[in-house]
Design a protein around this ligand. Structure first.
Ligand code: 5CU
Length: 363
């Protein structure tokens, strides 16, 4: 039975070079008070000057960019195949005129990394979304011909106005036409003000544990409300972190739609596909939720045959220096084994068979 990790990131060396050349977020930098280690500063607000440079962002080492370390991590955790993706913030920050060329270079780099390990690595490509829509569409068409690509990773900002922006329709049409799956992943979180004036005392916990999943939930809800899946009935989206909080909140979302006078008056409550239909037809969920409670919600919302194992490597490494196995990975393994303790076929589906089928991995 194959074990397939579909949520695992890399910053290829050319991307790290790009980050090292920058002085505003996102960037990679070595600070004079700790010259032996570089820091990766990516999230909004992470370079607040009141944060000491030694705790700004996170340390970055070869596990972020060296593909041999990815393979070693896979071996340690008994992962047969990984579908690697560029980590956030992708190319969102690039000037429009640079994004198309950067996407081609990075996608070719990542496809080349996969070619070094036949059968062990596939990838989700990256789109130049700060460029005009036609540039992104050209890249979708090009990616469809690259051997190891199995979809695209995207953030929630779309072309700058979110995923309910009608200007994205030609991109959704191209993705649907080429049967290209979107791996939807958060980056921006929520406005810093919601974390309160003591946020600095709490490390990254609030933005990562809550900001990321809520960002995803809001982005998908906006896609639903704007009728994306009514127009593109075959558009497939894999949601990071088991759908944020969507499986838990889907009933409330649907009830709010049905009780909204404004939507009713605008004729938008009838003849639409509801959230449950979309969860079971268009949406796939990763199993990166670290507990049985969350995984059961995901299973109930989308079905065990639409859940896919992931690790989020190289993020969330163990804090102990000498730990070999990662607690974060074992928490996801353990949630799968307890959730499906009486259903081995489903457990094997989530661990790998679903990914092989859905992403057409030639194992
Ligand atoms: O730790 C983090 O900041 C992150 C991140 O930025 N992206 C991600 O996928 N996981 C954790």
């Amino acid at each position: 039975m194959p074990i397939v990790d579909i949520h695992t990131h890399i910053y290829p060396p050319t991307y790290v070079e790009l980050l090292r050349s920058r002085t505003t977020v996102p960037y990679v930098r070595t600070f004079p008070d700790a010259p032996e280690s570089s820091r990766l500063i990516i999230l909004p607000g992470e370079d607040d000057p009141s944060t000491p440079s030694t705790s700004r962002g996170r340390p970055i080492g070869p596990e972020y960019y060296d593909i041999a370390q990815k393979i070693a991590f896979m071996d340690t955790h008994k992962i047969d195949t990984s579908v690697i993706s560029l980590a956030n913030p992708w190319l969102d920050f690039l000037p429009s005129e640079e994004a198309g060329e950067a996407a081609r270079r990075i996608n070719d780099d990542v496809d080349g990394l996969c070619a070094q390990y036949p059968g062990r690595l596939y990838a989700f490509g990256t789109l130049p979304l700060s460029a005009p829509a036609e540039t992104a569409i050209k890249e979708i068409e090009r990616l469809a011909g690259l051997k190891h690509m199995r979809g695209v990773i995207m953030g929630t900002s779309g072309l700058g106005k979110g995923l309910d922006d009608a200007a994205l329709d030609p991109i959704y049409a191209a993705l649907e036409k080429h049967e290209t799956l979107i791996f939807l992943h958060p980056h921006y979180g929520l406005p810093a003000s919601v974390y309160g004036p003591r946020a600095n005392e709490y490390g990254h916990v609030l933005p990562l544990a809550l900001g990321f999943p809520l960002e995803t939930t809001i982005a998908v809800s906006r896609m639903l409300l704007s009728g994306v899946w009514d127009r593109f009935t075959k558009l497939k989206v894999l949601l990071a972190h088991s759908g944020g909080t969507l499986p838990f909140l889907a009933g409330r979302l649907e009830s709010c739609i049905q009780h909204d006078g404004h939507l009713k008056e605008a004729g938008k409550t009838e003849g639409r596909r509801d959230v449950w239909d979309i969860l079971k037809t268009n949406i796939y969920l990763d199993a990166v939720i670290y507990s049985e409670v969350g995984l059961k919600a995901a299973m109930n919302a989308s079905g065990a045959d639409r859940l896919l194992f992931g690790t989020d490597h190289p993020f969330f490494p163990p804090l102990e220096r000498d730990a070999k196995e990662w607690h974060s990975v074992n928490a996801n393994y353990s949630a799968i084994s307890t959730t499906f303790k009486d259903d081995q076929a489903s457990a094997q589906g989530v661990l790998g068979n679903n990914a092989v089928r859905i992403l057409k991995l030639g194992l």
